[in-house]
Design a protein around this ligand. Structure first.
Ligand code: G
Ligand code: G
Ligand code: MN
Ligand code: NA
Length: 254
């Protein structure tokens, strides 16, 4: 069977799961939320990297059922953690461009919020710049409708796509995520620092929160602190965690 064939069965067989990477404030490393990330363990193939299976899912269209599953699973988890800890727990879910171009997305989001008693502000959807480039009118209406439900929107991998600054004005986003390729060289390379600083300043001017991705070293964090970047994710604080470990982290933070 091809990888696509295996992947086709993965949802039904329960081989997929979500892990959750903490997002923390740059200032005091307080946990403010999590990004949900897909993981796949096939019984024979073992762990298959998302770098390998997400492109296959995108090409084949399997990202639609997989993405719908991820959204639903994340909402179920938000509902469970919110009930268990008595305060909202925020989770961001990655959306494929294909999901954005699907008529059913709005209804799926609405149903999941309702079914799992998710405070709308606890759900964030991460969208890439590239996804915003096609079907602009449709996407614009959809994103405003999702935003009207109270769900937050973030632009993922910011600065790597065909950035048009115009869509920061057009689309109702509340966060920019600085791509980790710019974070990697902070403290070593002035150009990366200049780009990161520009994104942070741009976000501030537009009253958007800005999140740095892939922070691995104390030096990178220091540079980001100097820029007054709001939040970060990365191995320096934590790798993506299994749901049970998130529960333990939330219990400790209480
Ligand atoms: O977790 P990791 O860094 O290995 O993820 C690799 C890539 O897979 C990243 O670009 C990430 O955005 C993407 N990815 C992970 N989970 C999801 C998901 O649920 N949906 C979509 N569309 N992409 C995901
Ligand atoms: O494209 P997206 O930003 O959604 O992808 C997130 C990916 O980044 C996940 O696959 C996650 O495992 C990975 N990641 C998270 N933190 C770090 C980090 O500190 N360094 C590196 N290299 N990758 C990271
Ligand atoms: Mn992401
Ligand atoms: Na990203």
């Amino acid at each position: 069977l091809t990888l696509e064939g295996h992947l086709r069965r993965a949802v039904e067989r329960g081989e997929l799961r979500l892990v959750y990477q903490p997002k923390v404030t740059v200032a005091e490393e307080r946990v403010v939320g999590f990004e949900a990330l897909l993981r796949w363990t096939h019984p024979d193939l073992g762990a298959v990297s998302p770098a390998e299976f997400i492109p296959v899912a995108e090409r084949s269209g399997l990202i639609l059922p997989i993405g719908a599953w991820a959204l639903e699973q994340a909402c179920r988890q938000i509902g469970a953690w919110t009930a268990a800890f008595g305060h909202p727990v925020k989770v961001a879910v990655n959306l494929s461009p294909r999901q954005l171009y699907q008529k059913t997305l709005l209804e799926t989001v609405r149903r999941c919020l309702d079914q799992y008693r998710v405070p709308p502000g606890s759900l964030e959807l991460e969208i890439t710049e590239t996804a915003l480039m096609s079907r602009e009118r449709e996407v614009d209406l959809l994103l405003h409708a999702i935003r009207a439900l109270g769900v937050d929107l973030a632009i993922d991998d910011f600065g790597t796509g065909y950035s048009s600054l115009a869509y920061l004005k057009r689309f109702p986003v509340s966060r920019l995520k600085v791509d980790r390729t710019f974070v990697r060289d902070l403290g070593r390379d002035e150009d990366s620092a200049a780009i990161a600083r520009s994104i942070v300043n741009l976000a501030r001017g537009l009253k958007l929160k800005v999140v740095a991705e892939g922070v691995e070293t104390a030096t990178q964090l220091d540079v980001l602190r100097g820029m007054a970047c709001d939040e970060y994710q990365g191995f320096l604080f934590s790798k993506p965690l299994e749901a049970d470990d998130v529960r333990a982290l939330l219990a400790r933070a209480r």
